[in-house]
Design a protein around this ligand. Structure first.
Ligand code: DC
Length: 224
């Protein structure tokens, strides 16, 4: 049996993971959050209290790090770290660590290995360009900076923490800049990706758009 990959790329806060999870459920595929893997690695680096300037040491950790997904949770060295990888200290450092080319090489290998033998919906920045350039279908989901910052604010406030729109906006802008301008696998839309601008659209509307593309693809995937 030939397994399929659906790639969903785009900038931070565009709604990719929400959409990717819903799509995976609808078509009975496994959802893999590729960004969560960089976040888990970042957590391990920070917990090791190493010098963040020591790229060799970070690369060394990326060679041996044990990251896995089970029942919708991410495991780092055998422990669930779903909450820890969303902490502020991770947001602040993940783009720097994920820009190191050798780190990317190791994590991409891991992302491919984890996807083996499954039908997968994977979201990230380079899923359709680098991890799976032959993905069955590719989407690039984006939204205006203003809207992405507002969504992040709501998300943080819904979790019971105060959020400052101005701060969040500049943080997202900074992350966009690093992700888009890094030399190795920058965030770009794959030539054959379907572009969806989610600004002003509800989750349901975007989900419907994605599922329509999937369903119109020769009926090769059953939407349930
Ligand atoms: O999707 P996210 O915000 O959780 O991703 C966290 C960081 O990981 C993001 O700033 C860039 C990096 N990333 C990446 O470089 N390549 C991916 N495929 C996914 C994420």
């Amino acid at each position: 049996m030939q397994y399929k990959v659906i790639a969903i790329d785009g900038p931070a806060g565009a709604g990719k993971s929400t959409i990717a999870k819903l799509v995976a459920d609808k078509i009975n595929y496994t959802y893999i959050d590729s960004g969560a893997m960089y976040r888990a690695l970042t957590l391990k680096v920070l917990e090791s209290s190493m010098d963040l300037q020591d790229k060799e040491a970070i690369i060394g950790i990326s060679e041996i790090v044990d990251i896995d997904f089970k029942e919708k949770s991410i495991y780092l060295d055998g422990e669930v770290v779903d909450k820890q990888i969303r902490e502020e200290r991770i947001n602040k450092n993940v783009s720097y660590i994920s820009a190191i080319p050798e780190v990317r090489r190791n994590i991409v290998q891991l992302q491919r290995r984890i996807s083996q033998g499954k039908n997968v919906v994977m979201d990230g920045r380079d899923v359709g360009t680098v991890i799976f350039p032959n993905a069955f279908l590719k989407f690039f989901i984006t939204a205006s900076l203003e809207e992405r910052a507002k969504r992040r604010c709501t998300e943080i406030e819904d979790n019971g923490t105060q959020a400052d729109l101005h701060d969040i906006k500049s943080q997202i802008e900074k992350r966009d800049y690093i992700d888009t301008n890094r030399e190795d696998s920058p965030l770009i839309q794959a030539e054959d990706a379907i572009l969806i601008d989610s600004s002003g659209k509800s989750i349901e509307e975007v989900l419907k758009e994605v599922l329509t593309y999937i369903a119109s693809n020769g009926g090769k995937i059953d939407v349930v």
